[in-house]
Design a protein around this ligand. Structure first.
Ligand code: NAP
Ligand code: 12T
Length: 339
């Protein structure tokens, strides 16, 4: 296998930092790693394979000779620079929402639709789905394949790390302030997040849903390749640092029992079943943080309808929800298309 020149755009961010770590952990075949961020990071160095690597300022000329670009510096940066990179011959795997619903760009979760990766040839851009969507489809695809899914009703409990390093600092700062009887500073979210729950992730749209909720609706249909699945979502920010949790209710086409669902999920790629309530065993964000799998538990029949099932799904939003999924896409790209 040959080595590749890879760029991480947004290298100093939470997702970029995790990407660098995962490239190293999984021994991705890298000839040269280019670290890109804003002028704020000029002069910074980050460690890769025990060496200090300088952070460079992203500009139009950053992509000469770069074969794979892992983008995670926000939607407006991707909108501008992903096409520039693609024109320079770099294949972009983009973590932002900029290209996810572009019909020409594949939207990929390797456990679900790896074959879509070949469509990178359209624009040179592959989109990485939203974190909440990724972990949900990893858990639902094996059930969909077995009995079909008519409708999904999901409520999320999302960690602050989804918003980036400033939000992590904000939860630390507000928690400290409140425990010391001081007024918390409120900057990142419209309200205090410490000791609170905000039913508001990303911006509100004209239909009254948030953009995060509509990402779950639209991206799920695209990744599963089935626009007929009905999806409705309520996305909530909770004062957790790492790991998104989801209460997922589904109506299946055909009946599936709890033990059949448990059996199917325990064999599913990327899934670990943790479901032993009598031992208080169920997925927790505190346990999922730092791990690669999507954890599923609380598997119950929805007794209010004939073919209903409830599950609880937890995963590390920065790993499987972002950096790991991106690198799994890059691994398939390099093995199946770039040798
Ligand atoms: P973060 O911790 O705030 O980091 C942001 C990164 O973007 C930093 O490296 C920052 O560089 C860089 N950046 C910002 N403005 C830039 C500019 N004008 N030019 C070049 N680089 C710039 O955020 P994060 O958590 O890593 O997330 C970054 C992005 O990834 C998000 O905006 C989102 O679009 C995407 N994301 C996707 C998912 C998902 O669901 N798949 C999950 C999380 C995040 P400096 O340090 O120099 O400012
Ligand atoms: N606003 O990549 O705040 O679409 O948790 C991911 C996470 C956008 C995205 C968040 C967001 C995305 C968040």
């Amino acid at each position: 296998m040959r080595d590749f020149t890879v760029a991480v755009v947004g290298a100093t961010g939470l997702v970029g930092g995790e990407m660098i770590k995962i490239l190293e952990e999984r021994n991705f075949p890298i000839r040269e790693l280019k670290l890109l961020a804003s002028e704020r990071s000029l002069g910074k160095e980050l460690q890769f394979r025990g060496k200090d690597c300088p952070v460079e300022v992203l500009d139009e000329d950053s992509f000469g000779g770069v074969e794979i670009g892992l983008f995670s510096a926000g939607g407006s940066i991707s909108e501008k620079f992903a096409p520039i990179a693609a024109r320079a011959g770099c294949i972009v795997i983009d973590n932002t929402s900029a290209f996810r619903m572009d019909p020409e760009c594949p939207l990929v979760v390797p456990e679900v639709n790896p074959d879509a990766i070949g469509l990178y040839k359209n624009k040179g851009i592959i989109a990485n789905p939203n974190c909440s969507t990724i972990q949900m489809v990893v858990a639902l695809k094996p059930i969909y394949d077995a009995v079909g899914i008519k409708r999904i009703v999901v409520s999320t409990y999302q960690a602050v790390s989804g918003t980036g390093k400033n939000a992590v600092e904000e939860l630390v700062g507000q928690t400290k302030a409140l425990l010391n009887m001081k007024d918390p500073e409120i900057e990142v979210y419209p309200h205090r997040i410490a000791f609170n729950c905000l039913p508001h992730i990303d911006v509100f749209l004209d239909n009254g849903y948030t953009k995060e909720e509509m990402k779950m609706v639209n991206e799920t249909k695209k990744i599963m390749g089935d626009p007929s699945i009905a999806v409705t979502a309520t996305t909530v920010r909770v004062p957790v640092f790492y790991g998104h949790s989801e209460a997922v209710n589904i109506e299946t086409e055909r009946k599936i029992t709890v033990s059949e669902a448990r059996e199917i999920l325990s064999k599913a790629p990327g899934v670990t079943v943790l479901d032993s309530p009598e031992e208080c065993l169920y997925p927790l964000p505190s346990e999922a943080a730092g791990k690669d799998d999507t954890f599923v538990g609380r598997i119950r029949e929805d007794e209010s309808i004939p073919n209903g099932l409830n599950i609880w799904v937890v995963s590390d939003n920065i790993r499987k929800g972002a950096a790991l999924n991106t690198i799994q896409i890059a691994e398939i790209l390099m093995k199946d298309y770039l040798q």
